[in-house]
Design a protein around this ligand. Structure first.
Ligand code: ZN
Length: 105
């Protein structure tokens, strides 16, 4: 058992949620537009919002995969800027964090 098992579990659970969200957004986006032009305008507006959500979800998946990679490589929990250990509380709140509180933007 490594110290980061809790993070690994949280990351994997979150990744599954995001993957499910992305695939449901994809399905919605693939649905045909309404026949009515006025409704089409609304559809397109909704599509833009969905695309924004999808991009955000995909970005988070990339960050999660990177975090899982760092766990596997044994570099997880180490600030990429100063090399100090990231506080466990920060990792609990933000499991994909790559910097300590002092170095975060
Ligand atoms: Zn730092």
């Amino acid at each position: 058992m490594s110290d980061f098992d809790f993070a690994k579990k949280a990351l994997k659970t979150r990744r599954e949620e995001l993957a499910a969200r992305v695939s449901s957004i994809d399905m919605t986006l693939q649905a045909p537009l309404s026949a009515d032009f006025e409704e089409q305008a609304g559809d397109l507006e909704g599509q833009e919002q969905l695309e924004g959500l999808e991009v955000a979800a995909l970005k988070e998946i990339v960050a999660i995969d990177a975090a899982l990679g760092r766990i596997a490589a044994g570099t997880y929990g180490i600030c990429v800027k100063c090399g100090e250990a990231i506080a466990p509380k920060r990792l609990e709140a933000v499991p994909t964090a790559t910097t300590c509180v002092a170095c975060k933007d």
